[in-house]
Ligand binder design. Sequence first.
Ligand code: ATP
Length: 503
Amino acid sequence: QEDVFKKLVSHCKEYGFVFPSSDIYDGLGAVYDYGQMGVELKNNIKKYWWDSMVLLHENIVGLDSAIFMHPTIWKASGHVDAFNDPLIDNKDSKKRYRADVLIEDQLAKYDDKIDKEVAKAAKRFGESFDEAQYRSTNGRVLDNQAKRDALHARFAKALNDGNLDDLRQIIVDEEIACPISGTKNWTEVRQFNLMFSTEMGSTSDGAMKVYLRPETAQGIFVNYLNVQKTGRMKIPFGIAQIGKAFRNEIVARQFIFRMREFEQMEMQFFVKPGTELDWFKQWKEIRLKWHKSLGFGDDKYRYHDHDKLAHYANAATDIEFLMPFGFKEVEGIHSRTNFDLSQHEKFSGKSIKYFDPELNDSYTPYVVETSIGVDRMFLSIMSASFCEEQLESGESRVVLKLPAALAPVKLAVMPLVKKDGLPEKAREIIDDLKFHFNCQYDEKDSIGKRYRRQDAIGTPYCVTVDHQTLEDNCVTLRNRDTMQQERVAISELNNIIADRVSI
Ligand code: ATP
C-alpha cells in the first residue's frame, strides 16, 4: 500500500496535479501547489460540494468572508488559549514531534503485529483472516491485543485530562524511539499553538497582531446575523463557505493530507436549541450519502464517533476514508452548541440573538457544522481512482478512474494524422464543444500513446478524427474505463458527452 502511495505522489507531480510549493527552492514544508490538472479537479470538487449545499437547499446560502479577522475573534473562539498540539523534542536529533502522533504510531505498530500474527495463524490452520481473527486463540495475538488496549486506554485518559506529564510517561514506558536518531532521550511535553500570526498596519502603539484563520467557520459565525437579516432567513438555515485556512502543523506528513495552508468547505447550520442532535444525525447521514454518491464503493467509508469532545461540542463524528495509509478523517460533523455565538456576544458586547417570529421570542441559535478539507477530499479521490491495469495485450496502463463529472478534461479530440485536413476538423469539433466542457486537443505521438496520456489524467472520453470523418461526419468515441470504441455522429457528440459526464 505504501508503494501505491509513493506512485500516486509521483503521478500527481508528473501529470500536473500537485507540485511541492517553491519547487526550484527544494520545496516548503507541507505546502503544495496545484498544477494545470490539479486546479481543474479541485474546482470541480468545490463545485460538486457547493451545488449540493447551496443550489439544492433553499435554506442554505453562501458566504465569502475575509481571511483576516479581528484578533478578538480568536480569543472568543478559544483558539488563542486552546488550539494547541502537545510537542516533545528528542534531545539527540533535536527533532520535534507531536507526542500524540508518536503514541498513535505505536498503537498502529501493535495493530500491525496483531494482523501479522492473525495472518500467520490463518495460514497455519487453513482459515480465512476473518475466521482466524474471530477465533483469535493465539497467545501472541491476545498478548498484543491486551497491551494495545491498555495503551489505548491510558492514552485516551491522558488526552482527556490534558495531562502532558502522562503523555511523556507513556512515551518513556513504551520505549518509543526517535524515528531519526533511534534514541529515547526525550524532553518534557509542552503545548504549541497552531495559529500563524502576522502584523497589520501600524498605529501609534505599534502594529496589531492578527492571525491567519485556522478555520473558516468563525467568518460565518460573526456574519450570521448579517446574512439572516439581509437574506430574510428563517431558522433552520445554513451558511456555506469555501476558503483557505492555515495551521502551523508540526507533524506535516502524508503529502496533501496534512498541510500548513489548506482549503476547507464548511457549512454551519443554525437551529433551534434542543433540536441540534436531530439535525446532527440528519447531517451525518446526508454527508455520508454525498461521499458515497461518487461511486468508489461503500466499504471505503466509515464513521468515527468521538468520545472525547472539543470544549464547544455536544456531539461529533468524523467521516473517514480508506486512504492508502488506512482509514483517515476527511470530514468532521460537529454539534457546536451555542458556544461560538455566545462567546462572540460576550466578547463583542453586541446582541446577536435571532428573533423567532413563530415563538415571538429571541434566542441564540445552536449550530451543527459540516467541515471538509478540499485537499483531503482531493487525495481521497485520487487514491480511489488511481489504477494500474494489466491489459490483454500484455501491456499495462495507468488510469485515473475519476468520476466523469470531476475529471479535469472531459474530452480529448485527436486527429489520426497531422495532415489531410484532419487537424482542422478536430479543431472545429473543439470550437463547438469548448463552451460546454473542458476539451483538450492532442496530435503528438501515436494514438495509443495519446490514449495512455489521457488515461493518466482521467479523461473519460477521447474522440478520434480519421479520413472517413471527412466523408461521413462521424468520429470514433473511446471510453476510458472499458476502452470500447463506438462510431458516433459529430452532431450527437454534445448530447452524448453532456449526458455521460453529468452527476
Ligand atoms: P486532524 O485531526 O486530522 O488534525 P481536525 O480534526 O483538526 O483534523 P477539523 O478542525 O475538524 O480537523 O477540520 C475539518 C477538516 O479540515 C478536516 O476533516 C480535514 O479534512 C481538514 N483539515 C484539517 N486540518 C488540515 C490540514 N492540516 N491539512 C489539510 N486538511 C486539513
